[in-house]
Design a protein around this ligand. Structure first.
Ligand code: MG
Ligand code: MG
Length: 246
């Protein structure tokens, strides 16, 4: 899908709202707050900016963000969980403006965390940016995942296979999927006007996942820590433009 300049402008606006959610939730998260309270911070930004939530009611999801602590990879439901010193907390967030979507995620250390946790966060974010750097006209789709995988596995970590990035526009999840690994073929050529949500999920241990009985929360099968970073990015003639960066 090639987005017009007018569509890209709307996606820029949605991206600004998502960037604000990142900033405000990051500033709010500290030991003692519940993930429900973090969700409330995001709800307020969405309301203030006249946006809509793309997470709320998505296949019945009950919140505007996902909050996934420690060995939880993605899709955690905000609730009574009390954030504590030493946690890793992954926050996935999004917003819709004028029918166009933004989608992003980050993982933060709550207070002092272990050395491996700190390294996991740093490596996962660096893997995302390595993937973003491949978003140039003439490159192939799976150059993105190859770059992500090289950074993550180069650091001794693993990349989740079951959950992947995606094209984004008038829906949050559009085709094609954007895997965070080399799937065995280069895929289609990247074009100016493509917009993708690139979102590596990186585990300290193995890549296998388990979905919990709540039907949403996904954890690492081996109980190891996981981190998740995501941005919504357009390919322009000058290279990648990140819409959701604070
Ligand atoms: Mg997301
Ligand atoms: Mg996404």
């Amino acid at each position: 899908m090639i987005r017009t300049n007018d569509e890209l402008d709307k996606m820029r606006k949605a991206g600004r709202v998502v960037a604000e959610i990142i900033d405000k939730t990051r500033a709010f998260i500290r030991p003692g707050v519940t993930t429900h309270q973090v969700d409330a911070v995001a709800r307020e930004v969405i309301a203030q900016r006249g946006a809509r939530s793309n997470f709320l009611n998505y296949h019945g999801f009950p919140a505007v963000i996902c909050t996934s602590p420690n060995d939880m990879i993605v899709h955690g439901i905000p609730g009574d969980y009390v954030v504590k010193e030493g946690d890793l907390l992954s926050v996935d967030c999004g917003a819709i403006i004028e029918g166009y979507h933004g989608d992003a995620a980050y993982t933060m250390a709550v207070g002092q965390v272990s050395e491996v946790a700190e390294r996991l966060i740093e490596v996962t974010e660096r893997a995302l940016w390595a993937g973003i750097d491949q978003m140039r006209e003439g490159n192939r789709l799976h150059d993105i995942g190859r770059a992500v995988q090289q950074v993550a596995e180069g650091a001794g970590f693993s990349v989740v296979r079951k959950y992947v990035g995606h094209a984004i526009g008038t829906a949050m999840h559009e085709e094609p999927q954007v895997p965070n690994y080399w799937p065995g073929s280069p895929g289609p050529k990247l074009k100016v006007g493509n917009v993708f949500a690139v979102e590596p999920m990186v585990n300290v241990g193995g890549p296998d996942t388990i979905e919990l009985d709540d039907g949403w929360s996904v954890i690492t099968a081996d109980g190891s820590l996981s981190a998740h970073f995501e941005h919504t990015i357009a390919i322009t003639k000058d290279g990648p433009e990140v819409f959701t960066a604070p």
